[in-house]
Structure formats: C-alpha cells, structure tokens
Design a binder for this molecule. Structure first.
Ligand code: GLY
Length: 399
C-alpha cells in the first residue's frame, strides 16, 4: 500500500509541480518590482558620482566607467523602460540624469557601439518624452556613426584596423542597425535604412556557418571587398559559438525583419533560433554557457546576458513568425525568464550594488567579468519582461 502511494505521488508530481509554478503575470510583476528597487538604489549611488555609469559588481564593489565605455546607454535605458512601465517621478529624474551624462557619446567616431550607447538612452528617452534636444543628440550621433560606413564594402566598421584585421566587423554590430532604422523613420532619411539593410545583407553572407552559428569577427580586405579573416575575440575559439554573439545575431535579424518585413531576415532569424533552441548543450534551465563549445561544459560559467538578449529576441520573433515554431520561441523565452527570475539569477534587493541579474560573462578569454552582474544583462532582461507582459496582455501581438 505504502509503495503504491509513493508510486502515485511520483506519477502525480509533475501535475503538482506545474500547479505550484508561479503564474507568469505574477512572476513578471515580482521581477519588475525587484528591478525598480535595485535600480533606484543604483541611481542614488550614482547621483554622487558625476559622469559615471555602472559596468559590473565585483569583489563587493560597484565598478563604473565614463561615457566612452560601450555600456553607457544601458542604465539610462533600464530607467526609461522601468519608467515607461510604472511612471514615477524618481525614475524619470534619474533617467534624465543618466541620459544627460551620455551626451558626449554623440561625437565619438572611434567606435561602432553608438546604437547601444545612444539609441538605448536618448532613443528610449525620446520615444517617451519627445524631448527635441534628445532628437538633436541622436541626429549628431548618427553622423558620427556614419563616419565608419563603407559604401564599397557595405558594412560599418566595428573596431579600428590593426595588424591582424584590416576592416573588422563583429556580429554585435547588428545591434546598431536598430538606431539607423529608428532614425530613418524619424527623419525620413531613406539612406539610413538602406545602410542598415546593406550591412545586414553583407553580414548574412559572411558571418554565418552552414549550421547558422556565427563568427564573432569578420575582417574585410578593402582591396578585394572579401573577408580576409574570420576569428573570435570573446569566444572560446574561432569556430566556436560564443553565446552572446549568437544572441546578438538572433536579435539583429529579428529586429531587421520587424523594421523591413523582408522575408530573408525572418528566415535568418528562424535559422539562428533553431540553432540555439535545439542546441544539445543549451542547459535545461535555458541559460547558455558563455560559449556553446566551452571545453569544460557542464562546469563552464553561464552567461545570463546572452539568455536575456535571446529571450527578448525570441518573444519578438514569436510575434512575427507565422509558422507553428512561434510557440517554441515563446515557450523557450518563458523558460529563460523563469530561470532568470529565480533566486539563482535574480539579485536579492539591497545586494549586488543595485544590479538586477547575477551570473553573466563579459569577456572570458580576457579573464574579465566572469560570473558577475552586467548592466546590459539587466537592460535586455527588463525589455524581455516587458515584451512578455505586452504579449500576455495582447496574445495576437496587437497592442
Ligand atoms: N559588444 C560587446 C559584447 O557583447 O561583449
């Protein structure tokens, strides 16, 4: 009898476990409440640190950078997103304070990261406030970004030329295209959209392998127009699948399909999504190891930032993909957000210097930012939570 009872309980366990699962709307609100609490703590700390932006939290210390480091747009963007969800005068004041700090970025011509730095700060702020000064900053920033555009090669240069790379373009650069698309619509300048499409097309041609994983760095030879090197900088090996790079690609092509409705971008996003979602080394909790080919899996560090970017992209893809795979994209993103919102990844309020997520990996080969909070993990986590919230409220995708 006792054995029968135990057997019955084991059989019913999945039913009980499922019943015990926190409803998604409740999970989203709980996570957003932690995010607000943490972000206000961080903003208050930064208020007294003129010109500084959060980067990570290591050895019990908040690590900050000035506007020139590529992450300067993310914390302003975190604040804008939280403000959009739940308007609050403190969030608005801090969002403006952090956005103003990023203004000198508009004149930077030695980086391609202006999409992250300006679109996620001034762009988010402009969408919510229509502040004309924000638009002026965005216009100046686009001019700076276009100094890196090569009409001959059809790509925006990511990093400066070096002995190793003549004209390096990294997969991350797909993320800057949203800034071009947004400004093209905002100003009516069609050339900006053409540049975004050309960069996406050339990247599609040269960055991907036959399994739709991507190289991190492709360097072009200006003399021939063809790639002369395909390498990694932040991944395990040249031919490995660096997790965040795969997520940037997925997000980039999903976004390009949303902006253009060109079927080739949807097709590419679907291929990348299949590679990621069905990968045999994607762990059960769906939070990728920092590189899908890291040799020490399952002991390799995870990258919560890759999961956050991937979740946000998959939710959007689920609204754009008319095939039955849409359900798989949404289900995977939900699993990722459940994991990120668990105590394993979500910081306890009052800890981690005000960062929201733990366990990201920035640059493993450089022994930099391994298994730590990262400001961009927080940015895409909030974006994903808000996208899921909108999706649950309007399941057809109509807002
Ligand atoms: N673009 C920098 C990174 O993804 O680490």
């Amino acid at each position: 009898m006792k054995r029968f009872t135990i057997l019955l309980l084991l059989l019913l366990c999945p039913v009980f476990c499922r019943a015990a699962e926190e409803p998604l709307p409740q999970m989203i609100e709980r996570a957003l409440s932690v995010a607000r609490e943490q972000s206000l703590i961080m903003a208050e700390t930064l208020q007294g640190m003129e010109g500084r932006f959060p980067r990570t939290f290591e050895n019990g210390q908040l690590v900050t950078e000035d506007y020139r480091w590529w992450v300067s747009g993310f914390f302003p963007g975190v604040l804008w997103q939280l403000y959009a969800d739940a308007p609050d005068v403190r969030l608005l004041a801090y969002a403006r304070m952090m956005t103003d700090r990023a203004e000198p970025v508009k004149l930077m011509t030695d980086t391609h990261d202006l999409g992250f730095m300006l679109h996620d700060s001034f762009g988010q702020g402009y969408k919510l406030t229509a502040d004309p000064h924000y638009l002026e900053v965005l216009k100046t920033g686009i001019r700076s970004l276009l100094t890196r555009w090569s009409p001959e090669l059809g790509v925006i240069k990511s990093w400066e030329s070096s002995a190793r790379w003549k004209y390096p373009v990294i997969i991350d650069n797909m993320m800057n295209l949203e800034y071009l698309c947004f400004m093209s619509r905002e100003t009516g300048d069609k050339q900006l959209m053409d540049i975004a499409k050309r960069h996406a097309d050339v990247t599609l041609q040269n960055h991907f392998r036959s399994d739709y994983s991507s190289y991190h760095v492709v360097s072009y030879d200006p003399a021939t127009g063809a790639p002369h090197a395909k390498n990694t900088a932040q991944g395990y090996a040249d031919d490995s699948a660096w997790a965040r790079g795969q997520a940037w690609g997925l997000y980039g092509y999903t976004m390009m399909y949303r902006e253009t409705l060109e079927p080739r971008y949807l097709e590419q996003a679907r291929h990348i999504a299949h590679f990621l979602v069905n990968h045999p080394r994607l762990p059960e909790d769906k939070i990728p190891y920092w590189d899908f080919d890291a040799p020490d899996i399952p002991d390799a560090p995870r990258d919560a930032s890759a999961a956050a970017v991937m979740a946000s992209a998959l939710i959007e893809l689920s609204t754009l993909d008319p095939s039955k795979d849409a359900a798989l994209w949404l289900e995977t993103a939900e699993q990722q957000l459940r994991s990120l919102s668990s105590e394993r990844y979500l910081a306890k309020p009052g800890t981690q210097g005000g960062f929201i997520l733990m366990h990201s990996t920035g640059n493993y080969p450089a022994h930099s930012e391994v298994d730590v909070p990262l400001t961009y993990a927080d940015y895409y986590y909030i974006e994903a939570l808000l996208r899921l919230k909108a999706q649950l409220a309007h399941p057809s995708g109509a807002e």
